[in-house]
Design a protein around this ligand. Structure first.
Ligand code: TNX
Length: 533
C-alpha cells in the first residue's frame, strides 16, 4: 500500500515535471538583448534596438518570396553559412506571405532610384528575422550583418551545443562609396585559386565589393592569354626569391570571377604597363626595342622595364591581351597599371597610355590606371587610382576622371605595422591599426572632394608576402577598417568607438583560424571558452 502510494507520487511528480518543462518550452521568454551593443563592422547607418531577441531554433526555415527566384542563391548562401555550427537543417523554401514565427524571411522590395543597390533593411523581432532589399546584393550584405549579430561560434565548422539568439531591432544600412575594394598582388608571389577564394571570403565578410588582381609584373605573368601562350609558359614560372610561380588558366580565372560574383564582388584585372613588364619582355623577344628577350627576374627592384612604345607589335600584343581579358571579365573595368614607368620617356608614356586607353574602350571597358596615367588625355569615364602623388590625382580630376583613394601612407596593406613587423615594407610609412583607420577619403588631399571619389581600395603588394598566413597577418586587423572607411560615412566613424568593435572581431578571427596581428592599439578581450573550439 505504502509502496503503491510512493509509486503514484513519483508518477505524479514525473508527469508534473514534464508538463512544466513542456509548457516552459512553449512559452519560452525571449532573452533581453541590446542590439546597439553588438560589434558590427562596418558600422551601419542606422540602428534601433528593441531590447529583446530572435531565437534561431532547429526547426527554422529560410523562406524567400515565391516570385523572387533570384533570391535562391542568397537563401542558399545563408543556409550554408548557418548549418555547420548550428547543426540545423535550415531548409530553403518559397512563401507568398510573411512566414510564421521562428523563421527567416528574405524579400525584395521596390527600389527608390537614389538608393544604393547594396542598401538593406533588417527587421528582427521575437517572431521573425526579416531581410529586405531592392537587389540581391543588398540581401547579401545584410547576411554579413546577420553573421556578425550571431555569436562568433557561428563561424566554427562543427556543430555547437548552444542557443543562437539575435538581438532585436531594426537596421537600415547602405554604403557611402559604391567602390570598396582590396587588391591582391599575385605576381610578386603567386597565390592559387583556393587562396584567392579565401581572400574573397575575407573581404566579403566586411561588405567590400571589389577585388583588384594585380596579374602581371616584372616577376611573373599570371593569366593565360591563348594568343600569346609563352607569357605564362615562360613568364609565369618564377616569382620573387626564385621559387616556382604559377598562373591561372582562363577556366580558373572564370572560376574566380564566378565565386566573386556569387558574393557580389567585382573582379578588376590589372595588366601593368608599360613598366613592370619584365615577365612579358622575357617571354617574347619582339616586345623589346632591341629584339632581345630579357632574363626572368626574381628580385624586388622597380622601374627598370618598359614595353617598346614605338613598335606596332606592342599594340597588337596589348590588343590581344585586353581582348581576351575583357571577354572573360564581366565587370566594366580593365586596370592597365601605368605606375613607376621610370624607363619610359614621358612623351612616349603619354603616347602609349593614350593608345592603350583607346584599346580598352574598343573592347567595351573603362580604363583604370595608377595616378601617373593623368599625364595622358583621360576620358571622363576613366579612373585614376591615387597611391602617392596628390598632384597626379588632382590632374586626373581636372580632366573629369574619378579617383579611387589608395594612399600608400594610410591604405597600403603591405606596409609594416611598426619597425619589428616580420613582414612588409616601410617606404611609405609604418601603418599601425589606428593609423590605417584614422583618415577620411574626402579630407585626405586638398581639392579632392566627395564628388570626385569613386571609392576606397587597400592594396596588398606581395614582395614579402608568400603564404595565406602571411596575407592574413598583413590584412587582419587592418582590412575591416578600410571596409568601414568605404561603407560608413565620416561623421559616423571614430577610432575610440571603432577599436572596441574591432576587439569584438577577435573571436571571429579565431573561429575562422585567421592569423591576425594582435596590435596593442586594440583593446582585445581575454580569450573565452568559444575560442578553444
Ligand atoms: C609601389 S604602388 C608599387 C608597387 C610595389 C609597391 C610596394 C604602385 C602603383 N607601385 O610596384 O609593389 O610600391 O609597396
Amino acid at each position: 500500500m505504502l509502496i503503491q502510494t510512493k509509486r503514484n507520487l513519483v508518477t505524479i511528480l514525473l508527469v508534473a515535471t514534464l508538463v512544466i518543462t513542456f509548457s516552459c518550452e512553449q512559452k519560452r521568454e525571449a532573452t533581453p538583448m541590446d542590439l546597439s551593443q553588438i560589434s558590427l563592422i562596418p558600422k551601419p547607418v542606422s540602428l534601433e534596438a528593441t531590447g529583446s531577441s530572435f531565437l534561431l531554433g532547429e526547426n527554422a526555415v529560410i523562406y524567400y518570396k515565391n516570385d523572387q527566384e533570384q533570391l535562391l542563391q542568397e537563401a542558399n548562401y545563408l543556409a550554408e553559412m548557418l548549418r555547420p555550427a548550428t547543426g540545423f537543417a535550415l531548409p530553403v523554401q518559397t512563401i507568398d506571405k510573411d512566414p510564421e514565427a521562428g523563421n527567416i524571411y528574405l524579400t525584395l522590395t521596390s527600389k527608390d532610384s537614389h538608393v544604393s543597390n547594396e542598401a538593406y533593411k533588417l527587421q528582427i523581432t521575437e517572431e521573425l528575422l526579416k531581410v529586405s532589399a531592392s537587389k540581391q546584393s543588398g540581401i547579401f550584405r545584410a547576411i554579413q550583418t546577420i553573421r556578425q549579430l550571431l555569436p562568433a561560434s557561428i563561424e566554427l565548422s562543427e556543430k555547437q551545443e548552444q542557443t543562437w539568439e539575435i538581438a532585436s531591432g531594426t537596421i537600415m544600412d547602405y554604403p557611402e562609396y559604391e567602390y570598396r575594394g582590396a587588391m591582391l598582388d599575385v605576381s610578386r608571389h603567386f597565390f592559387d585559386v583556393a587562396d584567392v577564394k579565401t581572400f574573397i571570403d575575407h573581404i566579403a565578410a566586411y561588405k567590400m565589393n571589389v577585388l583588384h588582381l594585380h596579374l602581371s609584373d616584372d616577376q611573373g605573368w599570371r593569366i593565360e592569354i591563348k594568343s600569346w601562350p609563352n607569357l605564362t609558359e615562360h613568364g609565369g614560372q618564377t616569382e620573387v626569391g626564385g621559387t616556382p610561380g604559377g598562373f591561372y588558366t582562363q577556366e580558373q580565372y572564370a572560376d574566380i570571377v564566378s565565386y566573386a560574383k556569387e558574393r557580389h564582388i567585382m573582379i578588376i584585372p590589372e595588366i601593368d604597363m608599360p613598366g613592370h613588364t619584365n615577365a612579358a619582355l622575357a617571354s617574347y623577344a619582339e616586345l623589346n626595342c632591341d629584339e632581345k628577350a630579357r632574363e626572368l627576374y626574381t628580385g624586388t627592384e622597380v622601374g627598370f622595364s618598359s614595353l617598346c612604345t614605338d613598335k606596332e607589335i606592342t599594340y597588337k600584343f596589348i590588343d590581344d591581351v585586353i581582348r581576351e581579358l575583357a571577354a572573360m571579365t564581366p565587370g566594366p573595368y580593365i586596370h592597365i597599371g601605368g605606375d613607376e614607368s621610370h624607363s619610359t620617356e614621358l612623351k612616349d608614356y603619354i603616347y602609349f597610355i593614350d593608345r592603350v586607353q583607346d584599346i580598352v574602350y574598343k573592347h567595351g571597358k573603362q580604363m583604370i590606371g595608377w595616378d601617373e596615367v593623368r599625364h595622358a588625355k583621360l576620358k571622363p569615364t576613366s579612373v585614376a587610382q591615387f597611391w602617392a602623388d596628390a598632384e597626379n590625382a588632382l590632374g586626373a580630376i581636372e580632366q573629369n576622371a574619378m579617383v579611387i583613394m589608395s594612399p600608400a601612407k594610410k591604405a597600403y596593406l603591405d606596409m609594416q605595422y611598426d619597425s619589428i613587423t616580420p613582414l612588409g615594407l616601410h617606404w611609405a610609412a609604418y601603418i599601425e591599426v589606428d593609423e590605417g583607420y584614422n583618415w577620411d577619403p574626402v579630407n585626405y588631399v586638398d581639392g579632392i572632394k566627395r564628388e570626385h571619389i569613386l571609392g576606397v581600395e587597400a592594396p596588398l603588394w606581395s614582395e614579402t608576402v608568400k603564404t595565406m598566413d602571411d596575407i592574413e597577418y598583413m590584412v587582419f586587423p587592418r582590412l575591416p577598417g578600410y571596409a568601414e572607411i568605404g561603407w560608413t560615412s565620416g561623421e559616423l566613424r571614430n577610432w575610440d568607438d571603432y577599436k572596441v568593435r574591432l576587439a569584438g572581431q577577435k573571436e571571429r578571427f579565431k573561429a575562422l583560424k585567421i592569423n591576425y596581428y594582435p596590435s596593442v592599439k586594440v583593446p582585445w578581450a581575454e580569450d573565452s571558452v568559444t575560442n578553444e573550439n
